[in-house]
Write a protein that binds this ligand. Sequence first.
Ligand SMILES: NC(=O)c1ccc[n+]([C@@H]2O[C@H](COP(=O)([O-])OP(=O)(O)OC[C@H]3O[C@@H](n4cnc5c(N)ncnc54)[C@H](O)[C@@H]3O)[C@@H](O)[C@H]2O)c1
Length: 472
Amino acid sequence: MNICVVGTGYVGLVAGTGLADFGMNVTCVDNDPEKIEILNNGGVPIYEIGLAELIQRNVRQNRLHFTTDLASAVEKSLVIYVAVGTPSRPDGSVNLEYFDKVGVEIGKAMKDYKVIAIKSTVPVGSAKRLRQIVEENQSEPVEFDIVSNPEFLREGAAVQDFTHPDRVILGSDSKRALAIMKDIYRPLYLLETPIITTNNETAEMIKYASNTMLALRISFINEIANLCDEVGADVYDVARAVGMDKRIGPKFLHPGPGFGGSCLPKDVKALNALANENSYEFKLTRAVIDANERQKNLIVEKAEKFFGTLAGKKVALLGMAFKQNTDDIREAPSLSVIRDLKRAGAVINVFDPIALDSAKREVDGVNFCEDAFSACRDAHLAIVITEWNEFRNLNLSKLKNVMAQANIFDTRDIYNPERLREMGFSYLTIGRGSYRHIAPSFNDITFALPERIKRRINFEVTDISNHVGANN
Ligand SMILES: NC(=O)c1ccc[n+]([C@@H]2O[C@H](COP(=O)([O-])OP(=O)(O)OC[C@H]3O[C@@H](n4cnc5c(N)ncnc54)[C@H](O)[C@@H]3O)[C@@H](O)[C@H]2O)c1
């Protein structure tokens, strides 16, 4: 079957390559000639584990092609996937400019029956909207169907997720289109992947409901973490124990600097905007958006509290990507941290193992460094913002030696606090309020704790020393 994928970004390139690997003959289209040139020269414009090899294999087997010529790709394909970006507008609603434009171009190019499969994340009602755009741009009426086929892959594990999805959602009222789409996903039958068929609107809603649920879990555990800091509890023990409840499960209960990336922030805002447009006040989406903003702001607030002022302090930011194993920095917490550090007057060094080039295109006023040690040289504080394995395995004694002061803010909990303390680091964290229990010295650990807790510890310590004294 001939397939065309319009939009060769994180989703389109992975989906196109994955479909070629399923045995389809795929043409990936992008209107960015630079991207297509890179791909036609054997390169890969994004970083995604396993993708380069998969592209090479399918190109070699003549099943995968790249072009800027949408019209001829549409003409020869039975199924056209739409995978262009759908970014947020300033009010949080979805900017469908690229999506609409593709609809116009498909309408103009269409000469016989096509299935248009929407992979882009689009608000409920977009399949209907696309139908109208395509119809208005056909030179003569040609039959077509639209299937809403949202994508759930995670950057950093995109190839594995596309080829081994938890489920495939197909939304359409057309039996013919659904049969064609099921045929495409036939290789997944071997994995017993559930295929949910429903109508377009439901499929569109499933994507937003899924991403908002994930965002909600992250924000929930971040809120618990912040409260743990106040009351002296350890969020990691809390999350582990909560996640053991089979009704809850352990995933997406990792506290951190707030969620980022090109999906969760935009999709929660989009669901909120969709609710507003329909005169429904979605109280949870608003809360998640606010909680996530606060979480991102909290990083520099905590650092400032620790130092008194960050003016003139040298801060090393370890990680720019919104999570590990990607070069994507869209809406990454690192960007808000840099903004806040600049406002606080800090000198900022930055290192990321993969996302440094993406960062150089977006960020100015910071020093880009070639490794973690040069970023930390003479620094007063290192903030770990992305959980790269490279950072987990850093030589911490070497790191300590190059720093002006041995202070680490581990926003991803990748280090063992006890070990760091033994090595002489001061250790800031999110949600390890109970950390005082393993601190070597009472005075060492009181720096970041609220007054209330300090008073309580003070009482406990005094109490214990009296007790020890009495026994002696
Ligand atoms: N990135 C993810 O992890 C992810 C996961 C699931 C769903 N999604 C959704 O998938 C969609 C695409 O996301 P992405 O991250 O791949 O975006 P992206 O920005 O990486 O890629 C979009 C591509 O579309 C191209 N494009 C724009 N207009 C075009 C046109 N008229 N003709 C041809 N190409 C055009 C751009 O040049 C770009 O290469 C979005 O709706 C997103 O919400 C993304």
